[in-house]
Design a binder for this molecule. Structure first.
Ligand code: MG
Length: 161
């Protein structure tokens, strides 16, 4: 077994009216929210895919298909927690995660520590092992026009002794 492995995750969801905006497990007041079958938490989806990728366990769409009614409006913390369990069952533990959320509005900075805390709690990590960064798209493309938000994540896992 390889000692350290790294995985990458990416996700994008449309921002639409009439939906809650949930990012990193935090409900953020805004006039639009992310569209999806679950709560469409783009941060948690990217981190979940990074974990699954690190362990070579497939991807979020395969494990939690949108066609499954169990995941309708589900909290994406469920996906992240299950991904962590799968990583641990495969003989690894999570070392750290780093995530970038790209969203034009609202500003994420006031919620950053709360998001970080949620990720740390779900992954059994110290907050120092979790990084959350926010960017805008400088007005460019669908993210810049406020029609979507995207997230990029990397995760490192380590073989357990
Ligand atoms: Mg998604």
């Amino acid at each position: 077994m390889i000692e350290f492995r790294t995985g990458v995750g990416y996700d994008l969801h449309r921002l639409v009216e009439g939906r809650r905006l949930v990012l990193g497990g935090v409900e953020i007041p805004h006039d639009r929210g992310l569209l999806g079958h679950s709560d469409a938490d783009v941060i948690l989806h990217a981190v979940t895919d990074a974990l699954l990728g690190a362990a070579g366990l497939g991807d979020i769409g395969e494990l939690f298909p949108p066609s499954d009614p169990r995941w309708k409006d589900a909290s994406s913390l469920t996906f992240l927690t299950q991904a962590r369990e799968l990583v641990e069952q495969s003989g690894y533990s999570v070392v750290n995660v780093d995530v970038v959320i790209v969203i034009e509005q609202p500003r994420i900075l006031p919620y950053r520590q709360q998001i970080r805390g949620n990720l740390a709690a779900a992954l059994g990590l110290a907050p120092q092992a979790v990084s959350v960064k926010a960017k805008t798209a400088e007005g460019l493309g669908p993210v810049g026009e406020g029609a979507a938000a995207e997230a990029h994540a990397v995760a490192t896992i380590r073989r357990r002794p």
